[in-house]
Structures are given as structure tokens and as C-alpha cells.
Design a binder for this molecule. Structure first.
Ligand code: ADP
Length: 495
């Protein structure tokens, strides 16, 4: 029996390919970066053809590095940056415009207008989302409105839309399969997360012909064969990166929480078959399920600047040479000595949603130095995550007593311990930080019978547990300072 899974992990800055075997072991990894195109500071694009070749090359290299034949691959899983929008001509296979990346703010004014026009409640109720330029709908509309001839072609049924998973699937299947999964579809702001269908009213509002939209299935589904290195292999998993990480961290039960500490932080709580409603600025999102299962949901909160505050210390303040040095500096001092950094560089996300907020450093004394800055920056990542945890608890009524961590900054032991302390929660940090890729690999393997069910998935290496060790007094004292710092930032942004 074939025992290898190939995962295509298509991120915001690079395309990776990972080969795993049926014991869950990673056999090989290959990675290719692609160009970030910034037509202006708030606009971000990718070249869809470059993504394709980066992903194809990475896949080939991963297979070669694994020293296996491509026909030994049992199944392929795809996980991807979500929301990023590609529109192409189905006759020529050529994109009509660059991919408009999730971070791109070009439709922000239009979104503000939609809010003024009173669409907020309807969109939240149907899609689980807040109206924002982040999601695909307004990006598709922008392409149809601004690329010459695009609207006519779309109306005559010649254009297709896809997030990056769909684009890869269509191309690698030689134009045969136009499909996506619930976890990606629910980020388009066009998909009804309750009926699991595109919403006709929203398609009409954004003036998007339904013929452009991909068919939608659960993450675990046989999407059909693609061809890589002259071998046909079935794609049996598609999942957006955050939902894939939730699965990779085995957050299968209501109340299970994972946080990915990357550039930003993404905290997701499984709420089971109940779509959790948020009064605290969290999103409701579909999570990975299999054919025949009821839909399941998560509450999602995002922090815009997570690990990126460490990049700021490195690139702008130049007080560290690399990210890991932040831990060494932070450990040299007993506390941040009252210094707080609020890294609201691009506004404050959940639960504050203060789009115009700017960052601040507060509590400086003559003795404040780079160790305090490093410590305060790491602590800020944990405080922001803790704010999301509080919002999750309030919205779900479930207490968060533990949390599974992954992503680049989860390698920082100081940060993980501080998170445990400040949130009074156990933090589990797997040795294998590839939760995103593992999620898609697990789903793909489950569909082809590599494992019997979720309970029989392999154990992916050791897990380090960080247990809260801070006194209640210290926790309250520190959090009180953070709350004051947030208040100061909000006050400043309003003046
Ligand atoms: P993404 O997927 O968003 O590109 P990654 O999961 O690769 O992010 O994580 C990269 C982020 O993690 C960067 O912002 C970097 O500053 C941060 N990071 C990496 N290693 C450490 C570390 N040891 N301590 C703190 N932050 C780190």
C-alpha cells in the first residue's frame, strides 16, 4: 500500500512542499519564495504564474529529496494563504490580473461605504465575517470593474475565480477541476456558512456571476487527480492555513484552542456544530470536516502584529540580530520594569478594532534598555493573545484552560512561559512546529485510509508543556498595566 502524503503548503511569502509517511514523520521539505509586489504601500499582489512554478518546483524537489517515486504518493493535501484572489480566463488559462493578496487594502473605502449602507448585520449573519477589504468578494469585484473587458468575459462565462488552492488544483489538473473547500469558501464573504451555499443576494450585491465560483466540498473529499512529475495523484484534502493548523494541532473538540504565532497571531477555538456568535469582534468560520459529516465551526480572532514586533526590533530599532536573540535579552532582566509596548502598527484588531490606532512604548525610565524592550515586545505578543482568549471565553462561555501553540515565534520559550503565566493556561508546544502542513496531511491520509479515524492519527513528536507559575497578584498587576497602555493608545488615536 502507498504510504506517503505530499502536502502543498502555499503561504503568503513562499510555496512549500512536504512529504510525510504513515507514521506522521516528515521525510522531506522543499521551499521556494515568490515575489511580493507592492504597487503602493497598502496594495499587495502576487504573480499567480510565479506561485504555480514555485509550488511545482517545491513539490518536485520534496519528492526527490524524500528518495521516493512520485507514484508512491497515496494522496495530496493542499493548504494555503486564505482570501487571496485570482481570476483567470478558462479558455487560455491565463490570469486576467495579478493575485490580490489578503493584506491588500485597495477596497477599504468601498467596504466603509458598505458599512454605511447598512450591510454589516446581514453579512455577519450569513457569512460570519465583518465587512473588510481582507476578504475575497470586494477583490473579485475590483478586478471585474477595473480590468478592461473582464466584466463582459465574466458575464459570458469565460472567467473563473479561485483562492490559491483552487488555482493550483485547476492548473495541476490541466483545467479539469474547479473546486475549493468550506474553509476557503467561507472567507470569500459570499458563502452562507449555515446553508453551505453561495448567497445569491451577496453575489448580486458584488455583481459577481455565479459561473465564476468554484464548487465547494468539505476539506476531506476526493477532489480528483492532479499530475506532478508525470504521475497522477488524488487531491484528498484542501484547507485554509488556519483551519489546517487547527486540525494539525488535533483541536477536534469544542473548546479546543490553538494559536499560531507567526507574523500575526491567529487564535481559533473549535465550537463544534454550533456556529459561535461574537459580540467581541471575533469571526465565525467553518473548519475542516469530511464528506458526510455535519459542518463544524470555530471562533477566530486575529492580532495583526505578533512575531512582526520582533522583526521591528531587528530591522528598525536594530537591537537584536535575529529573532532568537529576543529571548536571550528578555531573560537577562527580572521584568520589563513597567515598560509596555503596544505594537498597534496597523491599528488594533480584535477585540478593540481601532483601525486608526498607532503603536506606543509606555513606562520608560532612565534605566530602560534594550533588554526591557525585548521583554516588553515578547510580552506584548502574549498580552494581545490573552485579549483574544478573554474575548473567546466571553463569546463561547467556555473557559480556556489550555492552548496549543505553533508558528515561528512559538519557538521562543520565554514567550510560551509568559503566555502560560499571563493567561493562567497550560500552553502545549509541539516539537514539530509544522501544524499547518500536518493538518492537510492528516486530512488527506484519512480520506485514503492511511489512518482509520481522528483518534488513530499518529503522534507527531514530543510536546513541551508550559505550566502557569505566576502568582495571581503579579498576573493582575501586569495585566492592569497592559489595560492602561491599551487605553492610552486608544485615547491618543481618537484625538
Ligand atoms: P509566517 O507564516 O507568518 O510567515 P512564521 O510562522 O514563519 O510566520 O513565523 C515568523 C515570525 O516569527 C516572524 O515574525 C519572526 O519575527 C517570529 N519569530 C521567529 N523565531 C522567533 C523567536 N525565536 N522568538 C520570537 N519570534 C520569533
Amino acid at each position: 500500500m502507498k504510504k506517503y502524503i505530499l502536502t502543498l503548503d502555499e503561504g503568503t511569502t513562499s510555496a512549500r512542499a512536504i512529504v510525510t509517511d504513515n507514521s506522521g514523520k516528515i521525510i522531506s521539505v522543499a521551499q521556494h519564495e515568490f515575489t511580493q509586489i507592492y504597487p503602493s504601500p497598502s496594495l499587495v499582489e502576487h504573480d499567480p504564474t510565479e506561485i504555480l512554478s514555485a509550488q511545482y518546483t517545491a513539490a518536485g524537489e520534496a519528492i526527490i529529496k524524500a528518495k521516493i517515486q512520485s507514484d508512491e504518493i497515496a494522496a495530496v493535501g493542499i493548504t494555503n494563504q486564505r482570501e487571496t484572489t485570482i481570476v483567470w480566463d478558462k479558455n487560455t488559462g491565463e490570469p486576467v490580473y495579478n493575485a490580490i493578496v489578503w493584506q491588500c487594502r485597495r477596497t477599504a473605502d468601498y467596504c466603509e461605504q458598505l458599512i454605511k449602507d447598512g450591510y454589516e448585520d446581514y453579512i455577519k449573519q450569513v457569512t460570519g465575517l465583518k465587512i473588510d477589504a481582507y476578504f475575497s468578494a470586494t477583490k473579485i469585484k475590483w478586478i471585474l470593474d477595473n480590468v478592461k473587458g473582464a466584466r463582459e468575459k465574466a458575464e459570458s462565462g469565460d472567467l473563473l475565480f479561485g483562492t490559491v488552492d483552487t488555482w493550483l488544483l485547476w492548473k495541476f489538473s490541466n483545467g479539469k477541476i474547479h473546486a475549493t473547500d468550506y474553509t476557503n469558501a467561507c472567507r470569500t464573504m459570499l458563502f452562507n456558512i449555515h446553508t453551505l451555499e453561495y448567497d445569491e443576494k451577496l453575489l448580486k450585491l458584488f455583481d459577481i456571476p455565479k459561473s465564476m465560483m468554484p464548487a465547494v466540498y468539505p476539506s476531506g473529499h476526493n477532489f480528483g487527480d492532479i499530475e506532478i512529475m508525470n504521475a497522477k495523484m488524488p487531491v484528498t484534502a484542501i484547507a485554509g492555513d488556519q483551519q489546517s493548523a487547527l486540525f494539525g494541532q488535533k483541536c477536534f473538540n469544542p473548546g479546543d484552542v490553538k494559536n499560531t504565532y507567526g507574523t500575526g497571531c491567529f487564535l481559533l477555538m473549535n465550537t463544534g456544530t454550533t456556529p459561535g456568535k461574537s459580540n467581541n469582534g471575533l469571526l465565525t468560520t467553518l473548519i475542516s470536516t469530511f464528506d458526510g459529516e455535519e459542518p463544524q465551526y470555530a471562533l477566530e480572532g486575529s492580532v495583526f502584529v505578533g512575531g512582526a514586533v520582533i522583526q521591528w526590533l531587528r530591522d528598525e530599532l536594530k537591537i537584536i540580530k535575529d529573532a532568537a536573540e529576543s529571548e536571550k535579552l528578555a531573560r537577562k532582566v527580572q521584568s520589563s520594569d513597567g515598560v509596555y509596548i503596544v505594537p498597534a502598527f496597523t491599528g488594533l484588531g480584535a477585540p478593540y478594532w481601532e483601525m486608526k490606532a498607532r503603536g506606543a512604548v509606555l513606562g520608560l525610565t532612565r534605566g530602560s534598555g534594550k533588554c526591557h524592550f525585548a521583554r516588553a515586545a515578547l510580552e506584548a505578543i502574549a498580552y494581545q493573545t490573552d485579549d483574544l482568549i478573554k474575548a473567546m471565553s466571553a463569546d463561547s462561555g467556555l473557559e480556556v484552560s489550555s492552548l496549543k501553540a505553533d508558528g515561528g515565534a512559538s519557538r521562543n520559550g520565554f514567550l510560551m512561559q509568559f503566555q502560560a503565566d499571563i493567561s493562567a493556561a497550560e500552553v502545549y508546544c509541539p516539537d514539530n512546529a509544522e501544524a499547518t502542513a500536518m493538518g492537510a496531511a492528516y486530512i488527506a491520509g484519512l480520506v485514503v485510509g492511511l489512518w482509520k479515524d481522528r483518534d488513530h492519527l499518529p503522534v507527531a513528536g514530543d510536546v513541551k508543556t508550559y505550566t502557569p507559575a505566576m502568582s495571581d497578584y503579579d498576573r493582575l498587576f501586569l495585566k492592569n498595566g497592559w489595560e492602561k497602555a491599551i487605553k492610552a493608545v486608544n485615547l491618543f488615536s481618537k484625538e
